[in-house]
Design a protein around this ligand. Structure first.
Ligand code: COI
Length: 357
């Protein structure tokens, strides 16, 4: 494995108020960086002081969006230990995104090692409060200087860290969601299954409209028929209908969430029937009107588990579980956050510890 060079800052930044972090507002003292050059591969891995980038204005990422990213978190338990949740899954998904965007892959084990090393250097930045964590953002950008459309031959991989609180102001309280019926986020054959900047750019217009109307997020329907449920802007979605947990199957246009996968695995292990299949918005509305829609909740790294209390689709509102968190959402939230914080035993083998107390 390549050796990671470490250059430490002389003076560390003053820490923000760890009880009032918001999301993505503060960045730590160091970052990880390495470069890719065609014919050489990935090289010069290093942890260096957090710094601005100087880029040529013709850098390809700025024009054609050849970029991929990931999101995961480091959690500090009451026992002082720092835990990562399934980091290898993030690195595997990064490579899935890389393949689609013709970006060279990164060795999964090395990527996890780089993240562990960086978090170790920044261990004092992992907050301790309930619901807080150190958000980890690995990302890759195309750096060739060229105004022409083809894959870049040089790239930069970076990892930055930001101590965070809740992503939604609602926290674990149910959110209101607007079902988008005009725009679409992705279609099959496109890039919906990747974490790439363009997918988020495509979502902004609907997100902005929804927020202006007092909604937290947008629920996306399929781009062809505007009929089948896909995902929410920053999380996957699950419905509990007549006791069965149903979530849209991965179809190429949905992000394969790691929290989604973990929720499915843990609910199945606890005896729940969990089905991954196509589910239409009509079916959800019908279940609501016949009293069979028990719960809905989102799953995501940033969002954690977020109950959905209300949906608005084509002018029709449904209130789910009286706008309160339901037992299945609660179980998933308690189990996943319990394992992440070390409160619960890691019976699924999901935790990677960072060597730091
Ligand atoms: C995450 O859940 O980690 C995400 O990347 C969603 C959003 C913050 C982009």
């Amino acid at each position: 494995m390549m050796d990671i060079k470490i250059e430490l800052v002389k003076t560390r930044k003053e820490k923000p108020d760890m009880n009032n972090l918001g999301f993505g507002k503060y960045y730590t003292d160091h970052m990880f960086e390495m470069d890719y050059t065609e014919g050489i591969g990935w090289h010069d891995p290093r942890i260096v002081p957090y710094h601005s980038l100087e880029m040529d204005p013709a850098s390809m990422v700025l024009h054609y969006g050849q970029s991929t990213f990931e999101g995961l978190k480091a959690y500090r338990g009451k026992d002082g230990e720092i835990r990562l949740f399934r980091p290898e899954k993030n690195m595997e998904r990064l490579n899935t995104s890389n393949k689609r965007l013709v970006i060279p892959e990164i060795d999964v084990e090395f990527g996890v090692e780089a993240i562990k090393k960086l978090v170790e250097v920044e261990k004092d930045w992992v907050p301790t409060g309930e619901g807080t964590s150190l958000y980890i953002r690995p990302f890759i950008i195309a750096t060739d200087v060229h105004v022409g459309v083809h894959p870049s031959r040089t790239y930069k991989f970076m990892v930055i860290l930001t101590p965070v609180g809740m992503y939604y102001k609602e926290g674990i309280n149910p959110v209101r969601i607007y079902v988008e019926d005009e725009y679409c986020r992705a279609v099959r054959g496109g890039m919906g299954f990747t974490k790439t900047a363009g997918n988020y750019a495509a979502s902004l217009i609907a997100q902005e409209t929804a927020e202006n109307r007092g909604f937290t997020q947008v629920l996306w329907l399929d781009g062809v028929e505007k009929k089948y449920i896909e995902e929410v802007g920053t999380m996957n979605i699950m419905f509990v209908i007549d006791g069965e947990v149903i979530t849209p199957e991965l179809n190429g246009s949905i992000l394969p969430g790691i929290t989604r996968r973990s929720a499915i695995e843990l609910l199945r292990s606890k005896g729940y029937k969990v089905t991954e299949r196509r589910i239409s918005i009509d079916e959800v509305y019908e279940a609501a009107s016949s009293g069979k829609l028990n719960e809905a909740f989102g799953t995501g790294t940033a969002a954690v588990i977020s109950p959905v209390g209300e949906l608005l689709w084509e002018g029709k509102t449904i209130i789910i579980n009286d706008g309160k968190i339901g037992p299945v959402s609660h179980l998933v939230y308690d189990t996943i956050t319990g394992i992440q914080s070390g409160k619960l035993e890691d019976e699924y083998g999901w935790i990677t510890k960072v060597e730091a107390k």
